[in-house]
Design a protein around this ligand. Sequence first.
Ligand code: ADP
Ligand code: MG
Length: 321
Amino acid sequence: MGEFDLIKRFFTRDTRAPQPGVALGIGDDCAVIGPTPGAQWLVSTDMLVEGRHFLSTVAPERLGHKALAVNLSDLAACGATPRAFTLALALPRADEAFLDGFARGLFALADAHGIALVGGDTTAGPLNICITVMGEAPAGQALLRSGARAGDDLYVSGSLGDARLALEAFRGTVSLSAEDFETARRAMECPQPRVALGQALRGLAHSAIDVSDGFVGDLGHVLARSGLGATVKADALPRGPALARQALELQRLCTLSGGDDYELVFSAPPAARAAVQAASAASATPVTLVGRLEAEPGLRLLDAQGRALDWRVAAFDHFKS
Ligand code: ADP
Ligand code: MG
């Protein structure tokens, strides 16, 4: 199978009914797309490299899902509505079983969010997946890291830590029951981007970020960009169902510095508490109030008794880890 057969067979779908705003999809030198009048584009790229971002043991279908999910999570963090994406793919060989599963996982998630694949690039090489997503939001309404204010409530969506727990299980540092391993592995391989919550928080949240490199590190980006500090009830951070059965130290490690969670961390004024609960309900996404933003710089973590928790962890850094 050649390059063009591969693109046609696995990545080109019925182009007679393109998604709104997509004037031209796959097949020419460029895709031609347009935003809704009055909206701005929000664009983000994430690359997945075998051995770095995923293990060779992952099922192709889950890999297709995750490659798009991590990108949609960035759109979610900015409150964007997903519109289109491109896919740059390096493959060691044109393995039909792999491509079939990969495309199935990819398009299932794309369809769930009404986002069209409009182009890409395909080449032979070590397995590497790079997706660029394009979303939109009404002009000036994107949620940013820099918008947090002192006095804001700090929230986390869903739960943290199960993905890191799965990684520890794969590394052999922890042993899980078969059921907990499946739960944790699903969290790692099948993250659910919080797109509906992000959109529901437009005009409500002051700031938002998605947790890809660990809660402490990613919250640190919000604090740095907003020039603020925070106090967080560390032991009140929502933890995944498999992680909740582990020892407290491991729970702290995985919730505070786990990574690969793809939950939203966002801030909103206390006066908006009822509205935040309504956004949570409307998007069927649980949110937990975990702390408060303060003018005093630095991150102060508290244990369940309200005592200072000494916890120093760097965010995951590809060039240091
Ligand atoms: P060019 O040589 O002009 O860069 P290509 O020959 O690489 O174009 O690609 C042909 C068409 O197929 C283009 O429209 C491109 O966007 C699309 N395409 C290539 N690879 C992919 C892919 N992995 N997924 C989706 N579309 C792709
Ligand atoms: Mg060209």
